[in-house]
Each structure stands twice: as structure tokens, then as C-alpha cells.
Design a protein around this ligand. Structure first.
Ligand SMILES: [Zn+2]
Ligand SMILES: [Zn+2]
Length: 135
């Protein structure tokens, strides 16, 4: 398969998987359609797609990078319980207002928040509910 075709295949997988897949997850899906594909090739294609600005890299501390096809301004919440990465929408004007030096201009914000996703918070509350005394 030609290089440009492989890159489009990788791009399709990032779009199809939606939820911020890792390079391994992209590889596992892509190799079904292109049996000779290697993980190294997938990494190389992901890097060039990031450089071309067609996808974003989502860094997770201590974990494999995730990839994202959503290009508009947003950051991510990494759930330390279930490992889910979800989008956190940001108000660019508000962020700009936080700057001490208003000569500077914010173009984007690459930030990974660590915490618990709404599902894990809900599950913990349900577990905790029966033992809580009523007031
Ligand atoms: Zn979670
Ligand atoms: Zn995202």
C-alpha cells in the first residue's frame, strides 16, 4: 500500500474510533484493512498527520499519547479510574482574560486535566449512598 493511502487509512481510523484512541488501538483496526501494516508505520503516519494539523495529539502523563480528530479549541479530562479521555470545552476569551500580559495572544490550549469522569463520580456516589447516615 502506498504511503499516502496508509496515511488516509490511519486518518480514517482516528475518525472512526472517535474517543481519543491510542496508536495501538488505531493500529489494531487499521491492520485488519491493510495486513502488511506495522505499528511503526502507524506512528509515523500519526506524527505526520499531527504536523499537518489534521489531528491533535493528546498527551496523558505516564500513559501512551491519544489522538483526536476534533480540531476546535478544547482540552481533555483523563479519568484516573476508568482511563476514559473526554473533551473539555474552553472559553478562549476567558482564557485570554487570565493572562497577566495582555500583549500575548492565546491561539490554543493543550491541557490535560486529571480526575474522574461523570460516570465514575456517579458510581462512587451510588456505592457510598447506603452507608451515609440520614440527617
Ligand atoms: Zn471514569
Ligand atoms: Zn478531544
Amino acid at each position: 500500500m502506498r504511503y499516502s493511502k496508509q496515511r488516509e487509512l490511519v486518518m480514517q481510523q482516528v475518525e472512526a474510533l472517535q474517543d481519543h484512541p491510542t496508536a495501538e488501538e488505531i493500529y489494531e483496526n487499521a491492520v485488519k484493512q491493510c495486513p502488511g501494516l506495522s505499528l511503526g508505520t502507524v506512528y509515523r503516519n500519526l506524527n505526520s498527520l499531527v504536523e499537518a494539523g489534521r489531528i491533535r495529539r493528546v498527551p496523558i502523563p505516564g500513559q501512551a499519547d491519544r489522538f483526536d480528530h476534533t480540531l476546535r479549541w478544547h482540552s481533555h479530562l483523563y479519568c484516573t479510574e476508568c482511563g476514559e479521555v473526554s473533551d473539555v470545552m474552553l472559553d478562549g476569551t476567558m482564557l485570554q482574560g487570565l493572562l497577566k500580559d495582555q500583549q500575548a495572544e492565546i491561539k490554543d490550549c493543550v491541557m490535560t486535566l486529571l480526575g474522574r469522569c461523570p460516570r465514575c463520580v456517579g458510581a462512587a456516589e451510588q456505592k457510598a449512598a447506603p452507608v451515609q447516615p440520614e440527617e
